[in-house]
Design a protein around this ligand. Structure first.
Ligand code: SAM
Ligand code: SF4
Length: 335
């Protein structure tokens, strides 16, 4: 079904993908994502699940075909399944092609079956290592066995699970080939991500940054990688791994800027719309949403925001650039 309307930005890109961060809170404190003593938003600043649902509906009416729930950790938001159930009605009407989720997997064994029942078909699980001690180290608070149980439950419920790992120099660099073989052996696509300079953390990002061009060269010593045109609507570029028969994705915001084909915008749990992951400009949708029971005000606020979507981001990680490109943490917009 063609969208009723389409949102087109100043560079002719059609905006059909909305990512919604339903909470900035998380039960982990991944070292590259958050500081250990993060301050979270006061609960009173959050949009209610009903308000989030209303905003999602407006975006879908305006041409969004794919919606991803993220966070913080989306599955720690109270009553999150109520929102999933509500938004899933747009799958039933055909107005939405896909409803999906990015999760750390810690709560997945509890929710996998219900997610599948709501029409969620694919989910991304973030996992940076298969070693339980290293996992505890990188997540600070996480328990690998819970995530593994979550992945099992996801697959048992029929969800197509994709694994995402942030490539971290000296941390999981040497383990990534093993993770790739493990993921493919379980029928999961595997995607590696470059660290992005977002928000102050307790570490120096230049120490963590591993350019994926380098990783690819390392992997090519062991595996035969063939570029393939496979796309999931996100920024990953895929190769097929001959030895495993599986797909490997690269998300390379630093070494290869993917902005020219950007089709997405990001909504936070306070109703702030970010038009670019790597820029600070944002639009407040909460005020127009609450100002009227009808959707005209919020709809025109969205049009105005899309009308100033920037061309791209200016991420850079080097020794001279000490400050993050944007002050907010990834957990605000969910990646
Ligand atoms: N908590 C969920 C999770 O971990 O999947 C969803 C939110 S998390 C912010 C989304 C993704 O962003 C995760 O795959 C995480 O590894 C990644 N991420 C967080 N901070 C990042 C950073 N600074 N650079 C690159 N990726 C980052
Ligand atoms: Fe939480 Fe995800 Fe950030 Fe880790 S990457 S701290 S799981 S939001």
């Amino acid at each position: 079904m063609d969208p009723v309307t389409t949102m087109i930005d100043p560079f002719g890109r059609s905006i059909s993908y909305l990512r919604v961060s339903v909470t900035d809170r998380c039960d982990f404190r991944c070292t590259y994502c958050m500081a250990e003593d993060m301050t979270f938003l006061p609960k009173k600043d959050l949009l209610s699940l009903e308000e989030l649902d209303r905003l999602c509906a407006v975006f879908i009416e305006k041409g969004v075909r794919k919606l991803r729930l993220t966070g913080g950790e989306p599955l720690v938001r109270k009553n999150i399944m109520h929102l999933v159930r509500q938004v899933s009605r747009h799958l039933a009407t055909g107005a939405l092609d896909e409803l999906t989720l990015t999760t750390n997997g810690s709560q997945l064994s509890r929710y996998a079956a219900e997610l599948a029942d709501c029409g969620v078909e694919r989910i991304n699980v973030s996992l940076d290592t298969l070693d339980k001690d290293k996992f505890r180290h990188v997540t600070r608070w996480g328990d690998l066995s819970k995530v593994m149980a979550g992945i099992d439950a996801g697959q048992a419920a029929g969800l197509k699970v994709k694994l995402n790992a942030v490539a971290l120099k000296g941390f999981n660099e040497a383990e990534l080939p093993e993770m790739l073989v493990w993921a493919h052996g379980r029928g999961m696509d595997f995607t590696v991500i470059e660290t992005m300079p977002m928000g102050e953390i307790d570490a120096d990002r230049t120490d963590q940054y591993l350019p994926l061009s380098l990783l690819r060269a390392q992997l090519e010593r062991q595996f035969t990688l063939t570029d393939i045109p496979y796309r999931t609507g996100g920024p990953a570029r895929y190769v097929e791994v001959k030895e495993t028969g599986g797909r490997l994705g690269f998300i390379t915001p630093l070494t290869h800027n993917f902005c020219e084909s950007c089709n997405r915008v990001r909504l936070t749990c306070t109703g702030t719309l970010y038009m670019c992951l790597g820029q600070d400009d944002a639009a407040d949708l909460r005020t127009p949403l609450r100002a009227s029971e009808g959707n005209e005000l919020v709809s025109s606020a969205i049009d105005e925001a899309i009308g100033r979507k920037p061309k791209g981001h200016d991420f850079v990680i080097d020794r001279r650039t000490k400050r993050p490109a944007v002050g907010r943490h990834m957990s605000v917009t969910g990646g």
